[in-house]
Design a protein around this ligand. Sequence first.
Ligand code: GDD
Ligand code: MG
Length: 261
Amino acid sequence: MARFAQNRSLSFEAAVAHCEVFVLRHLASLEMDGHHQKQKNKYSIIVPTYNERLNIGLIVYLIFKHLGPDGTQDVVKQLQQVYGEDRILLRARPRKLGLGTAYIHGMKHASGNFVVIMDADLSHHPKYLPSFIRKQSETGADIVTGTRYVKGGGVHGWNLMRKLTSRGANVLAQTLLWPGVSDLTGSFRLYRKSVLEDIISCCVSKGYVFQMEMIVRASRKGYHIEEVPITFVDRVFGSSKLGGSEIVEYLKGLAYLLVTT
Ligand SMILES: Nc1nc2c(ncn2[C@@H]2O[C@H](COP(=O)(O)OP(=O)(O)O[C@H]3O[C@H](CO)[C@@H](O)[C@H](O)[C@@H]3O)[C@@H](O)[C@H]2O)c(=O)[nH]1
Ligand SMILES: [Mg+2]
């Protein structure tokens, strides 16, 4: 029996590849008798395995998914062992505090003179990184933004509602604000660090509307913006964190920009 949760120095595969059973441990707080008396319980989940190579990653992922935090920080810590703590920095925050503020937090710890922002769920494929860098060095741009809405770009995997929401959000902002950029809500972008710092300091939004506010403010400030086509592929694992409240925030942000820029 291998105790994966106890042996964090081993990679996941090394820890479970030869075992017949592995045990995941999960700690949870339990409210007792309605007196707000908290007791830490420990749950052991026994998963028998024999030739389950293709299912093993998914079952661990799904168990953690349904039992609370999914252990992203622990995985990053393991990756630091492989790639080096000087190349992978983990700057954790106590809870979900919004996408916009996550960018600000990350930017404070970025040491490069250029900063790329991209999603973690493989919707933004790293294969496009060289085209962002090439475009910047060819044009001297301050921002290179990935765009789904020109020839060569696109979206895969979204349902009709999500496609309409994204298109609608873009068309609305284009019509009202005329920023001269084809994809206002996409977030796969390369920024000159000093420019990112400048526009972030002017931005007021906290959630997904941040992408639109950033590029509109950058355009208004006269920064040189270039585009590269990208294809956004919807995530395979997990679900989007974009909820209905983000759409309301987007509309509020749009109205605010209309009045203030
Ligand atoms: N730290 C932190 N990260 C967050 C938060 N909310 C989301 N993220 C991370 O931000 C990335 C994008 O979140 P998703 O929930 O996958 O977004 P999406 O629905 O796929 O939306 C994508 O497309 C939109 C354009 O149509 C973009 O506006 C959006 O930024 C994103 O790229 C993921 O890596 C997700 O883990 C947060 O509050 N805090
Ligand atoms: Mg996503």
